[in-house]
Design a binder for this molecule. Sequence first.
Ligand code: OGA
Ligand code: MN
Length: 288
Amino acid sequence: MALDISPFDGPIGAEVSGIDLARPVAAADQKVLEDAWNAHAVLVFRGQTLEPADLVRFSRGFGALEIHVLDQYLHADHPEILVVSNIQENGEPIGIYDAGRYWHSDLSYLAEPSRGSVLYAIEIPEEGGETLGNTLWAHAGAAYEALDDGLKARLDGLEAAFDLGKRFQKLVDDGDADAAMTDEQIKKTPEVVHPVIRTHPVTGRKSIFVNIGHTTHILGLPADESQAILEELWAHCIRPEFVYRHKWREGDVVMWDNVPTQHLAICDYALPQRRLLHRTTLSGDRPY
Ligand code: OGA
Ligand code: MN
């Protein structure tokens, strides 16, 4: 079983085969995976069978893990795992149903946003042979490179505010989320400021970091101008040529780089269609 990396067509994603993630990854393979992760931003592993401890061990191979602020959705035995699910037990959700209904980069509302995340698919809904609950990833580096030079120059040095509480409240107001965040959770996620365009710590590639899910405004600009630029960047980032759409199968592991990508969950299913994934989140550094 030789480790193989097959890049997808387009600027984002590769399928990795020839590796069983339920076993410790050999040092040489770990290096190949890290290089592929940096090069392709999204790695897809099919046909895996993982215990929670396997997912945690595999994820830790790439760095320290975060414990998510939405602590009601953490795995009971492994708090490094965030349960992403629409399933309810005894009338209570067992996980977060809406893990990303708006384009976002994980934890971009923290001073030190996540470097990367890993999702492991345990139950995936389908209807008439079609997989529901797809996830989309956009390459915000390829998108940045396609901007015209005038706009690139204008964005240079601009900073933006990111605020989970404010954006989450908007979800609640729009009827897209059930429960507001608690005061405690809001306190843990005060507004932070990041560059509009950030630089990748390993590849040095620049990418669009402002995202619909967490960014509220660009600093130092009139509100309408800030909004116009944000909307232009958001729309540009998710043009089809920059996007990979993942059709989940049970046993898939997808790991991605949160620095040069944004992603979106398609919520096109409902109980009794069940969806269950386990997610781990890699810590990252302050964007620059
Ligand atoms: C996430 C996320 C997308 C999905 O876990 O970070 O955005 O499709 N999930 O569940
Ligand atoms: Mn996410």
